[in-house]
Design a binder for this molecule. Structure first.
Ligand code: GDP
Ligand code: IMO
Ligand code: MG
Length: 426
């Protein structure tokens, strides 16, 4: 059985928590897209972790964790993450990295920052981890892959030609200092040596797991509304966070995916630039941010907060084909006398109930809200759906109705056990 766990909004929905929870019954967990722009928080008996590259299934001895071909890898970040996990007693011997995954090189990180500066007021608000430039090079056939590190001669030939071009851009376009071929080469050869025990043709590992009918989780990064095709372009990331991206980024056929779980917060957040119709710039937004400590896991930036947006939610269900929903952070809404859900947008006097493709249109969209009574009761210790205050149950049911998709998990806290399993998933 293959289950994909996908962000339904603009990221940070709690994918890490849900994967850590579901991985108890899995045999393989694969990260399939993005890079260390992702920050997946996991709080379990080993401690509190902010995983950027390592799949959130790493805490179970029976789980093989794979960083798939669709991920871009900064070796320094990955090695540091492995060291931290090991220092906290987590066994990392079942972690594998696809030899086809592309590497984030020092020039990608420099160019990410320089391109953002150059955009000025139109900046995307990237994480500046080099993600966009690394995926751009992959498609432009200028990328260097993890497997290239295993053959130093090929690596040197490839790096020499690419670095010549990158140095031209750094020096002639941006007036920045150039990078030394020798230094980059030696540094990445060292990384190659350290990473070599982890490198595999991971696609074959997955094929074998499928033949053995083992439960496999595909761990999404980012969220649907950051997809380069279907998100709020150009305010998007550079690889596909969609369920469809899971097939290519992990290396298995789309028909092998049995379930697709959309992870949604009970409200919505966004980090970086771009339109966000339900953004609350008032004290309610501030209250959500402070109650939920909505600051970026990767960059520490304050996250923009707003009410649940069922228009983008429906879009997300459709484009991914979610078969189930995990609704997280319901507890954050415990404080509010009234909770709101955006059911349509108003733009130029007209009602819009479909998420528009144009960012310029989305910028003009005003949310139309449905108000529901709040419950003003703590939910963090509740484990049984029937025991939730009836207003909270009504809220969950309304989300389910508006998105036409069943909510199978309700999360009421960051810890693994703070979960209401409405229906079994795996
Ligand atoms: P991800 O990127 O989708 O894995 O999400 P992040 O880890 O970036 O952000 C989600 C945040 O919410 C983390 O700080 C989690 O510890 C926290 N979290 C997850 N589920 C819940 C929940 O149900 N309630 C509360 N209060 N926090 C949660
Ligand atoms: P997880 O997996 C939230 C956002 C950035 C920026 C845009 C492009 O933790 O949900 P990039 O560095 O990817 O070129 O930045 O995408 N972004 C995220 N926002 N959660 C994430 O990951 C994100 N990864 C990228 O803030 O707006
Ligand atoms: Mg995150």
């Amino acid at each position: 059985m293959v289950i994909a766990v996908i962000g339904g909004q603009w990221g940070d929905e709690g994918k890490g928590k849900i994967v850590d929870l579901l991985a108890e019954k899995a045999k393989v967990v694969v990260r399939f897209s993005g890079g260390d722009n992702a920050g997946h928080t996991v709080i379990n008996p080993y401690g509190e972790f902010r995983l950027h590259l390592v799949p959130s299934g790493i805490f179970y001895p029976q789980v093989t964790c794979i960083i798939g071909n669709g991920v871009v890898i900064n070796p320094a970040v990955l090695l540091e993450e492995i060291r931290e996990l090991q220092s906290k007693g987590v066994n990392t011997s079942r972690l594998f990295i696809s030899d086809r995954a592309h590497l984030i090189m020092p020039y990608h990180i420099l160019l990410d920052g320089l391109e953002e500066e150059r955009r000025g007021r139109g900046a995307i608000g990237t994480t500046r981890k080099g993600i966009g430039p690394a995926f751009a090079d992959k498609i432009a056939r200028l990328g260097i892959r993890v497997g290239d590190l295993l053959d130093r001669d090929t690596f040197l030939t490839r790096l020499s030609s690419v670095l010549e071009l990158k140095n031209d851009i750094l020096t002639k376009v941006y007036g920045s200092p150039l990078l030394s071929l020798e230094e980059v080469y030696e540094q990445y050869c060292r990384y190659g040596g350290q990473l070599s025990p982890f490198i595999r043709e991971t696609g074959f590992m997955l094929q074998e797991a499928l033949l053995r009918k083992e439960p496999i989780l595909l761990e999404g990064a980012q969220g649907t509304l950051l997809d380069p095709d279907f998100g709020t372009y150009p305010y998007v990331t550079s690889s596909s966070p969609l369920a469809g991206g899971g097939s290519i980024g992990a290396g298995l056929s789309p028909v092998k995916i049995d379930h697709i779980i959309g992870v949604f917060k009970a409200y919505i957040t966004r980090v970086g630039g771009g339109p966000m119709p339900t953004e609350l710039k008032d004290e309610t937004g501030q209250l959500i941010r402070e109650r939920a400590h909505e600051y970026g896991t990767t960059t520490g930036r304050p996250r923009r907060c707003g009410w649940f947006d069922a228009v983008s939610g429906r879009f997300s269900v459709g484009i991914n084909g979610f078969t189930m929903i995990a609704l997280t952070r319901l507890d954050i809404l415990d404080a509010f006398p009234v909770v709101k859900i955006c059911t349509s947008y108003k733009v130029n006097g007209q009602t819009l109930d479909r998420f528009p493709s144009s960012t310029a249109v989305l910028e003009k969209c005003q949310p139309v809200y449905e108000e529901l009574p709040g419950w003003q009761t703590p939910t963090t210790e509740i484990r049984d759906f029937k025991k939730l205050p009836h207003q909270a149950r009504r809220y969950v049911k309304r989300v389910e109705e508006l998105l036409s998709c069943p909510v199978v998990i309700v999360s009421v806290g960051a810890r693994r056990e703070q979960t209401i399993k409405v229906r079994s998933v795996i």
